[in-house]
Design a protein around this ligand. Structure first.
Ligand code: 4AD
Ligand code: MG
Length: 430
């Protein structure tokens, strides 16, 4: 019976064949242990000389790392194995003998591993991270579909810039200037006026000169946008969504979290509601903590965010940032127009901002004024302005950065390990 490692438990006591790569091996004079992987999982194959015969045993002993194989054997329950099973091997078909695989069991430096990202992805750790990433994506579609949202795909090539013009990747669109999308938000606002509640999931590009563990040049964002939803309800949807994906990962990825050594007790506490702290309070809090370089009107850096996050065991919303720090489209607080109806969601344990969101300006005159103040081209934003001329309604939305969320849930220090092929400052290879 041909099967996969993920399904092997269904065949306990039976003989099966799997296609696999040799991830590692160790052997003595009488027995060889093969670490096999097939993409669906990892399992140990045991070759006993007395049972498999001299020829099969020698072949197994001489196999090289990352050689590809068809392995036939009997499935045996094994309590010590993380998958719960091992394979007692009777026959091996060598498909391709690999030689000098560069990533050996010894320690390698980060740059070396990044240069070999196309191979590094095969490791148990990277496999676990990619499975967690996949589960977050799967649960995202499920959450939004269950809650009446429609998936809408905004364009990648655009003529306008939602988050400011300094970090755009410019390109040519035949004779016109174009930019790679840094956020689909403006298009999602148009879609919300057509479909009510919408969400997108796609790549975004930012030519940020930041070399930190939280910044990628190309990253993936989930951007919901909701008509008739105001500031507070926007936060409620965010906390429900984040709690939902945390639970999904805990339910589906125990094996992977275990491989990564993630302390899951910290994730089990993540239930809605999440605490909220006003920007004003956050400044006072930081000053009291001894950050005497920060004053009202300043943006937060990673150390500030971490200090605030450490105060809570759940993600925390920092709300009502100064208008001057945020993009042109955010709705001012009706009580004081020096702050806007926005919130950043800061993950616990120092993983930083995972969501940025806000209520959007729905008044045409105010939006026009803001576009002027930000020196944006009225031509490029003409279509966006028109959304305020034909049945304008209060509406809100947010963007969740997938890679930072993966880093947090997987307990991975740097976002470079949370996307298959990271695009970083000075890295476009492989
Ligand atoms: O806070 P940002 O810039 O918000 C927006 O783009 C809004 N237009 C979203 C919206 O309201 N529809 O980005 C949203 C999130 C951040 O909280 C962060 O998680 C992630 O995107 N992010 C990055 N992730 C990795 N590398 C970068 N360079 C990132 N920049 C932002
Ligand atoms: Mg932000």
């Amino acid at each position: 019976m041909k099967t996969t490692i993920a399904k092997i438990g269904q065949y306990e006591g039976q003989e099966v064949t799997i296609g696999a790569w040799l991830a590692g091996k160790r052997s003595s004079g009488k027995i060889a242990f093969l670490q096999l992987r097939d993409g669906t999982g990892f399992i140990q194959g045991v070759v006993v000389k007395a049972e498999a015969g001299e020829e099969q045993f020698q072949q197994a002993k001489n196999l090289t790392q990352e050689s590809s194989l068809y392995v036939t054997g009997t499935v045996k329950a094994d309590e010590r194995s993380p998958s719960g099973y091992e394979l007692v091997v009777s026959h091996i078909d060598l498909l391709h003998a690999a030689t000098d695989y560069p990533i050996t069991p010894k320690e390698h430096g980060t740059e070396f591993l990044m240069d070999h990202r196309h191979l590094w992805l095969r490791s148990k750790r990277q496999h676990a991270v990619m499975k967690i990433r996949n589960e977050i994506i799967r649960a995202t579609y499920q959450f939004f579909n269950e809650n009446g949202f429609v998936k809408v795909d905004p364009p990648i090539l655009t003529g306008s810039a939602p988050e400011g013009t300094s970090e755009l990747f410019a390109t040519k669109y035949f004779d016109e200037d174009a930019y790679l999308s840094q956020s689909g938000q403006l298009y999602m606002e148009a879609a919300a006026m057509a479909l009510g509640r919408v969400f997108s999931f796609g790549p975004t590009f930012r030519a940020e000169k930041s070399k930190t563990r939280r910044h990628l040049i190309e990253f993936w964002m989930i951007e919901p946008e909701m008509a008739f939803v105001e500031f507070e309800e926007n936060l409620e949807i965010q906390e429900q969504y984040v709690a939902y994906i945390v639970k999904a990962v805990l339910d589906a990825c125990q094996l992977e979290l275990n491989v990564l050594g993630r302390d899951t007790s910290k994730l089990e506490q993540i239930t809605a509601p999440f605490p909220r702290i006003h920007y004003d309070q956050a400044i006072t809090f930081l000053q009291e903590k001894g950050f005497d370089d920060i004053t009202w009107g300043d943006d937060f850096g990673a150390p500030h965010e971490t200090a605030i996050a450490e105060h809570y065991d759940k993600p925390v919303f920092i709300t009502h940032y100064p208008t001057s720090l945020k993009p042109f489209y955010m709705q001012p607080d009706p009580e004081r127009d020096d702050v806007v109806l926005c919130a950043d969601l800061i993950a616990p344990e120092g993983y930083g901002e995972i969501i940025g969101g806000s209520q959007r300006i729905d008044d045409a005159d105010l939006l026009k004024q803001r576009i002027k103040e930000h020196q944006l081209s009225e031509d490029a934003y003409k279509w966006y302005m028109e959304l305020r001329h034909y049945g304008s309604v209060p509406h809100s939305g947010f963007g969740l950065g997938l890679e930072r969320t993966v880093a947090w849930l997987a307990g991975v220090e740097h976002v470079r390990e949370t996307i298959p092929f990271p695009r970083l400052l000075n890295r476009l290879y492989p």
